[in-house]
Design a protein around this ligand. Structure first.
Ligand code: CTP
Ligand code: CA
Length: 224
């Protein structure tokens, strides 16, 4: 019911969101992944939809139901997420990168199951770097207004503001990884060219609604 009372601050706008982990194949039965439940990204998708946006959610593997009225595209690897995002980004006004994207994939992934070796040795995995989805969208000519996320384990303020500038995005949302992981509440800090703004500890949907209001405001005023 509360959804009906949300101000329609994103009316008629196209919002693209990534959420969840990515999953990188080691062999047909094993993967390399990140710890992410997807809860925050899905809450933001719901909040953006409540605010009147058309929402596309590019999601890695999660156990969550698709929020009402949200268009969901399922992916597994970072490469698949990158491809899905790049084909949607051109039609988007706002891009919110919430996914915990694997920084590397296994370069020597196997098409058949790796077997335990008789000599007791572990297999040697080699890694290659994945594309940086947020940086690629942020680098588009007249691309969408970009919002990044950073789950840090320490020095949140320094790390997050440095990351915002390095990624070249107008807004970056920071939180402490240990607190946010799989929890139903979160404590966010919003970093933009206007400085840092700390939100209180809130249920993820309430935090998402606050964030969406802030994004609506900052994306409609000239930024840099
Ligand atoms: N991100 C992305 N594509 C990647 C890696 C990260 O889109 N290949 C996005 C995340 O969704 C998040 C932001 O970039 O919005 C920051 O991710 P993070 O992992 O904190 O940044 P990295 O640049 O990968 O730095 P590091 O992991 O070394 O802290
Ligand atoms: Ca990373």
């Amino acid at each position: 019911l509360i959804a009906y009372f949300q101000p329609k601050t994103l009316s008629g706008r196209q919002v693209l969101i990534t959420a969840g982990p990515t999953s990188e194949k080691i062999d047909p039965v094993r993967v390399l992944t990140n710890r992410s439940s997807g809860k925050m990204g899905y809450a933001i998708a719901q909040a953006a939809r409540e605010a009147g946006a058309q929402v596309v959610l590019v999601s890695g593997p999660t156990a969550l139901a698709t929020p009402y009225g949200v268009n969901r595209i399922n992916v597994e690897s970072a490469a698949q997420m990158h491809a899905a995002v790049m084909s949607e980004a051109r039609n988007s006004d706002i891009f919110i990168a919430v996914a915990a994207v694997a920084d590397w994939h296994v370069a020597n992934a196997s098409d058949s199951k790796l077997k335990k070796k008789a000599d007791g040795h572990a297999p040697e995995l080699q890694f290659s770097v994945n594309p940086d989805i947020l940086a690629d969208v942020a680098g588009m000519v007249s691309g969408p207004f970009c919002v990044g996320f950073a789950a840090e384990t320490e020095n949140l303020h320094q790390n997050a503001e440095a990351k915002r500038q390095r990624k070249g995005v107008p807004m970056l949302v920071g939180n402490l990884a240990q607190q946010a992981m799989n929890a139903d509440t979160t404590e966010l800090v919003l970093f933009s060219s206007q400085g840092a703004q700390a939100l209180p500890v809130l249920p993820k949907l309430d935090a998402a609604r606050r964030l969406v209001r802030e994004i609506a405001q900052q994306s409609s005023t000239p930024h840099q």
